[in-house]
Design a protein around this ligand. Structure first.
Ligand code: FAD
Length: 393
């Protein structure tokens, strides 16, 4: 039987980083993946430009049953460490917004960089190889692969979450965790567009394709980024962000004119330009199509702004500054960028990502119950958890 010090399941962001670090420490490392190519999610990430980190990453940008769990790994491997690696490879990048760093060119440059590092560290990569079973051996583990059996002292599960099954996402990591008695925090699609029921969808159909800056809130959590009306419901960064907090039956509140007191603006218009149509006045605060729908919904029988009572202006202003609705669901794993939940952090050592009760078994990246906001945080978690495990395997 072939023997390696370390077997890593999953040639994604976390698995490749872990393999590089383990290889640099002189460990013999095998990385396997059932996909045809490594780092497929890196390739499609950030619209093909990979938002590879966020300069402001801290535990406040992550969701987990234990919000402090990620601290240790995030401190051991920081955004500046990954930026230094990117710079060493001469990969040009820019900050798009809010500390989000993207490649100027292509996400493929990040994959090439990781593969070059793996090669330099002597890592063996086997693609189109699937895992049939995993078993504890007298010392270490025995892994049955489609290509034959391998033995290893350390087994690293870096098989990611369930999002985008079309790209090879599976629940293998959760199954391995359960096999070894680790608890799983319930998983659900996150960073995902939200959908409306048919009636609401029909009313909002004319808005499909309209984008605006909005503050989107759920309880006390708020995000101010772009929002997009789609033919299924709502998308755009602020909606994807809030989807990680939203649960079935909950309300979402949207301010479509952040920083503008719509009621005061409407009252001023009623005095200054009384003959203007309601939709025309609203269009000074909002995209025209949104203004039209709000005017039709909230003031259907009012022609001019002068015809609107304080009560009607109040209704219009609420629709602008505090539009409240209940989504019926999300687009699910088909389009979700990440999976919320995963391997319970209670079962893992936060410094090394090793299972406390199963020496030699490690879980890194998205399979763990650590989920970042949109904006490069998920890759930073993949790099940081992969790097940390790579120091211990
Ligand atoms: P993955 O990168 O998912 O890697 C897991 C690997 O395991 C895959 O290669 C998979 O083929 C393999 N695997 C799975 N099951 C098996 C099995 N049974 N047998 C063998 N191999 C298996 N995050 C950001 O920070 N910035 C972004 O710009 C960004 N953009 C994104 C865009 C999209 C469209 C999506 C879907 C996600 C995006 N993310 C982004 C999230 C980010 O891609 C993930 O959080 C990150 O890739 C997780 O890394 P990972 O190594 O844990 O898992």
């Amino acid at each position: 039987m072939e023997t390696f010090d370390v077997v890593v399941i999953g040639a994604g962001a976390a698995g490749m980083m872990c393999a590089i670090e383990a290889g640099k420490r002189g460990r013999s490392v095998l990385v396997i993946d059932h996909a045809k190519a490594p780092g497929e999610k890196i390739r499609i990430s950030g619209g093909g430009r990979c938002n590879f980190t966020n300069t402001g990453a801290s535990i406040h940008n992550f969701l987990s049953a234990n919000p402090k769990f990620a601290l240790s790994a995030l401190r051991r491997y920081r955004p500046r460490d990954f930026i230094a690696l990117v710079e060493r490879y001469g990969i040009a990048y820019h900050e798009k917004t809010l500390g989000q760093l993207f490649c100027d060119g292509s996400a493929k440059q990040i994959i090439t960089m990781l593969l070059t590092e793996m090669k330099a560290a002597g890592v063996t990569l086997r693609l189109e190889t699937s895992v049939e079973s995993v078993a504890k051996a007298v010392s270490g583990f025995e892994v049955s692969l489609s290509s034959g059996k391998v033995a290893c002292a350390s087994l690293v599960v870096a098989s990611g979450g369930k999002s985008i099954p079309k790209m090879g996402a599976t629940g293998l990591g959760y199954d391995i965790a359960k096999q070894f008695g680790l608890n799983i925090i319930e998983t659900r699609p996150a960073l995902v567009p939200l959908t409306f029921e048919a009636g609401m969808l029909a009313r909002l159909t004319p808005l499909s394709g309209v984008a605006l800056d909005a503050v989107v809130g759920h309880g006390k959590t708020k995000f101010q980024e772009g929002m997009l009306f789609t033919h299924r419901g709502l998308s755009g960064p602020s909606i994807l962000q809030i989807s990680s907090y939203w649960r079935e039956g909950d309300e979402i509140r949207v301010d479509m004119a952040p920083g503008v007191d719509a009621l005061a603006a409407l009252k001023t218009a009623r005095t200054a330009t009384p003959r203007q149509a309601v939709a025309t006045v609203l269009a000074t605060l909002l995209p025209k199509r949104v203004a039209q729908v709000i005017a039709e919904e909230e003031a259907p029988d009012k022609g001019n702004i002068a015809d609107c009572s304080d009560k009607v202006l109040g209704r219009l202003a609420s629709a602008v500054n505090a539009w409240t609705f209940k989504p019926v669901g999300s687009e699910g794993y088909r389009t979700a960028e990440v999976t919320l939940g995963g391997v319970d952090t209670e079962a893992l050592d936060s410094r090394t990502l090793e299972a406390k009760a199963v020496p030699g078994l490690f879980f890194i990246g998205e399979v763990v119950d650590v989920t970042g906001w949109l904006g490069g945080y998920n890759f930073q978690w993949a790099w940081a958890s992969g790097w940390s495990a790579g120091q211990s395997v």
